[in-house]
Design a protein around this ligand. Structure first.
Ligand code: JHZ
Length: 423
């Protein structure tokens, strides 16, 4: 496929509406699994690689991957992501919980279920106030961490089966929360059908995910990886949930979270807010609901790839030491797609201790703790976790004072001269 062209795949079926004939607008090639950080004992084994082809459905407007990797391989065998490493995310989640408690009048007789509850980063806020809260998460490490802080966690994938078990054992849920998980589900209708079965007639479901419009507008191509099978807009969410008797009624935007997150509010009765109507209109007017919106994307990220490589090679030629910050899943995609390996980067640092001593899949760059920035003093540090730029730069004042500089890769490779403005 050449840049600026979409390839019709007549055999490919939309995960939401079943339409046959998805239009593939981007191929990132064969990529390793983004969270399969390599243990030193496994360095002699090659990384498993899978294609990353991204398509648009012209019927329901859902952007999605064509092709699946078994979910166990991604979320059970290789999942070292712990939500609690970001203060920003913790604050955001606490705010979300407190708002729900107040608005829904939740108390000791209520039930809150969070799907993909990870290490209990959000449910702890309900538990603290004595509100019954159940987490669902198939990843062993995060589920164990949640139980350690007293959050009841069912270590399974969520779908209709688990929903009906929960209903028969615990009754319907007043609130169902699904943050950064609806993008991860290959069988989307089983997942949304499960949420519809679980939520009470007068209950609410809140779903958060990065917004596909920001992904495209800001070249956030590194958030495209095997774990993320779908990329949502208000239009595609509305189509999806209608099939399950749910109504998309409201939306809120969090521009500084994960590169631009939307929170959608779903319930069993209709009642669209003015701000949702407005956003739906905007999506229509800007062309987000047509393949044309996506078609130039591949060309733009190819350009970004050249610019970033030139910048880093130039720094190296001038005798500078370069490292990276953030062994994020998106970091794996950035390094592998751009072709930044151990020849250019000395190491990647990350706060998540579970990743220390491992290597970034594919490019095999070693991962260490953030203190290495002050010990080794790389002149430039590529900020792979650019979504947390503000939080990370704030923590790294010593590194900056000693002359270190951050390079931000998107929307355009730039050496950061000031504190990032977005929040
Ligand atoms: P972060 C993950 O993607 C995976 P990733 C997942 N599939 C998903 O959907 C998104 O999140 C939402 C570290 N860090 O969150 C922690 C510091 O070291 O952007 C993480 O390893 N210091 C569930 O992996 C990484 O950076 C810090 O101060 O791309 C960030 O990863 C902070 C704030 C983070 O997501």
């Amino acid at each position: 496929m050449t840049a600026g062209q979409a390839l019709l795949r007549p055999e490919a079926t939309c995960r939401s509406c079943g339409h046959q004939g998805l239009e593939v607008f981007l191929s990132l090639g064969n990529m390793p699994l983004p969270d399969a950080f390599v243990h030193p004992d496994d360095l002699s084994q090659p990384d498993a690689r899978y294609p990353l082809d991204v398509a648009f459905c012209s019927r329901c407007c859902l952007v999605q991957l064509v092709g699946d990797v078994p979910a166990e391989r991604m979320f059970v065998e290789n999942y070292l992501y712990f939500s609690s490493y970001s203060d920003q995310l913790l604050q955001h989640s606490r705010q979300h919980a407190l708002e729900l408690i107040e608005q829904r009048g939740l108390g000791s007789r209520s039930l809150v279920v969070e799907v993909a509850s990870n290490d209990g980063y959000l449910l702890r806020n309900f538990a603290e106030q004595g509100i019954p809260a159940v987490g669902v998460d198939p990843a062993p490490g995060p589920a164990a961490a949640a139980r350690e802080i007293g959050i009841e966690t069912i270590q399974e994938f969520f779908g209709r089966d688990l929903a009906s078990r929960l209903v028969s054992e615990r009754g319907h849920s007043d609130v169902v929360i699904a943050n950064n998980v609806m993008a991860h589900v290959p069988d989307l209708n089983d997942f949304v059908g499960g949420m519809a079965a679980l939520v009470a007639k007068d209950g609410v479901i809140t779903v958060e995910n990065p917004y596909v419009r920001r992904l495209i507008d800001e070249n956030q191509f590194d958030t495209i990886y095997h774990e993320h099978v779908c990329y949502y807009s208000c239009t595609s969410v509305a189509h999806l949930v209608e099939q399950h008797g749910l109504h998309l009624n409201d939306v809120r935007a969090f521009p500084g979270l994960h590169g631009g997150t939307l929170r959608w509010y779903l319930s069993k009765s209709p009642g669209r807010s003015a701000r949702l109507e407005e956003l739906l209109r905007e999506e229509h007017n800007c062309g987000l609901n047509t393949i044309d919106y996506y078609i130039e994307f591949g060309g733009r990220i190819e350009q970004l790839r050249h610019e970033l490589l030139n910048l880093l090679h130039g720094l190296q030629r001038d005798g500078h030491k370069v490292a990276a910050y953030g062994a994020a899943a998106k970091g794996t995609v950035m390094l592998n797609y751009v072709g930044i390996g151990a020849d250019l980067l000395e190491f990647v640092v990350d706060r998540n201790v579970h990743k220390h001593g491992r290597f970034v899949p594919g490019v095999r760059v070693p991962i260490a703790g953030p203190e290495r920035l002050l010990i080794d003093r790389p002149n430039y540090t590529l900020l792979l976790a650019w979504n947390f730029a503000k939080e990370i730069v704030r923590q790294q004042q010593d590194y900056l004072r000693r002359g270190g500089r951050f390079v931000i890769p998107i929307p355009k490779p730039t050496v950061l001269e000031h504190e990032p403005a977005y929040d």
